[in-house]
Design a protein around this ligand. Structure first.
Ligand SMILES: *[C@@H]1O[C@H](CO)[C@@H](O)[C@H](O)[C@H]1NC(C)=O
Ligand SMILES: *[C@@H]1O[C@H](CO)[C@@H](O)[C@H](O)[C@H]1NC(C)=O
Ligand SMILES: *[C@@H]1O[C@H](CO)[C@@H](O)[C@H](O)[C@H]1NC(C)=O
Ligand SMILES: *[C@@H]1O[C@H](CO)[C@@H](O)[C@H](O)[C@H]1NC(C)=O
Length: 364
């Protein structure tokens, strides 16, 4: 109830300020600074009457993601659909009011039904489209199935190997994420659960891993040694590697994004970073492409390849938006160019993570 009143109060004050007919304009110096301020008293009283006109939102359960030690984001829930725990991670599928079904692993939102197309199109298509003729794809992680789904939109792909450490997560997503069920059942997909050590090479490798997290299961998969000794030998000569790069917002890009970019710059001849805003992350995400062949971002050629290679319509990307996503503003550009940190086993950097469940008190 207090939350509701507070929300109305916060909403009311700015509206009041923008009202042109008002002879009581609130200027910056005058903005009331607390609940005891006289000027808030009358809107608050009005709010009592407004309250009954608003649809009654009785929210009993929230999922709270701790974005930073001093910042949380709350998602109102319809219900908790499924939960599971594996040897590696805790996983949950939540039905949120705003973003639809969301997948949460170790307290971090992984993807949301309503906007995951932004993330997964961005992760998959630039790399596949920049390759002259991709036939085989290897996915590190990707247990959710959305990455495979996007890869399989490319008609000429003959084989996709997906290697996730966590069978529980894969089985969970396979049975609960209906949107990816077709991809999981596609005969071109080969699922592997142990670190694949074979000598087979691939045209495109996609890093769809959890962020580097303190004590997390994927940290060594971001190191220079791993890229040099395990990843690169798995790529065909003209192969392209792409990895998710965690958050790339103005305030978050130095956590790990610039380090991942810089590490890859020490392993591959050509490295390109790009970004997209993802509403359910309330931030921008970053990805990094890497290859020993030049990565040519020609808008017309990209358009032709999209038309010729991809089955169906993309929702987020076209040739121009792929090219523009690689152009950073000065803040990001400078940080990428100036980054000196390289991921090694000894000098890792981490993003913050771990969420909690409001009201039910249980951790996911
Ligand atoms: C309030 O703001 C409007 C629009 O900027 C302006 O026209 C008006 O003169 C202001 N009224 C007072 C009392 O400052
Ligand atoms: C990549 O390597 C595999 C064998 O390791 C081969 O089958 C495939 O044709 C190669 N792709 C390209 C584009 O050279
Ligand atoms: C600067 O670029 C980053 C990465 O693309 C983005 O997150 C951020 O929103 C941009 N800043 C502005 C003000 O657009
Ligand atoms: C980036 O590096 C250049 C050259 O070393 C330096 O002059 C500049 O101050 C650095 N910028 C930032 C924002 O650190």
């Amino acid at each position: 109830m207090w939350c509701l009143l507070y929300a109305i109060m916060v909403l009311y004050v700015p509206f009041h300020g923008f009202n042109e007919n008002s002879d009581n304009n609130i200027t910056e110096e005058e903005v009331p600074d607390g609940p005891h301020d006289q000027r808030i008293q009358s809107p608050l009283q009005d709010a009592e009457t407004y309250r009954w006109q608003l649809p009654l939102l009785q929210i009993e359960q929230w999922f709270e993601e701790q974005l930073h030690p001093d910042l949380k984001l709350s998602f109102a829930l319809n219900s908790v659909l499924h939960r599971s725990t594996s040897a590696f991670q805790k996983i949950a599928l939540l039905d949120t009011k705003h973003f639809g079904k969301v997948l949460v692993i170790d307290g971090k939102l992984q993807s949301a039904e309503r906007d995951e197309f932004i993330y997964h199109e961005s992760l998959v298509h630039p790399a596949l489209l920049l390759h002259h003729k991709p036939k085989t794809v290897y996915i590190m992680g990707g247990g959710e199935g959305s990455t495979v789904r996007e890869v399989l939109k490319h008609r000429d792909i003959e084989k996709v190997v997906m290697c996730d450490i966590d069978r529980v997560v894969v089985d969970f997503c396979r049975s609960h994420l209906t949107v990816n069920q077709e991809a999981f059942n596609n005969e071109k997909l080969e699922l592997v659960f142990n670190d694949a050590k074979g000598s087979e090479k691939f045209d495109v490798i996609i890093g769809d891993l959890a962020d580097p997290l303190e004590g997390g299961p994927c940290n060594h998969l971001y190191t220079k040694t791993f890229y040099e000794e395990v990843l690169k030998p798995k790529l065909n000569d003209s192969g392209i590697f792409v990895t998710q790069g965690s958050l790339a917002g103005v305030l978050t890009h130095k956590e790990v994004f610039t380090s991942i970019y810089n590490t890859l710059k020490h392993v591959f001849k050509y490295v390109v970073a790009y970004t997209a805003h993802v509403p359910s992350f309330v931030d921008t995400c970053g990805w990094v492409l890497a290859s020993d062949e030049p990565l040519k971002l020609d808008v017309e050629e990209l358009e032709i390849r999209i038309r010729e290679r991809i089955r169906g319509e993309l929702q987020y990307l076209d040739g121009a938006s792929i090219a523009s996503s690689t152009i950073m503003n000065k803040t990001l550009h400078t940080s990428l160019v100036n980054e000196t940190h390289i991921y090694t086993e000894e000098s890792a950097r981490f993003t913050h993570g771990r969420g909690i469940f409001g009201n039910s008190q249980s951790e996911i």
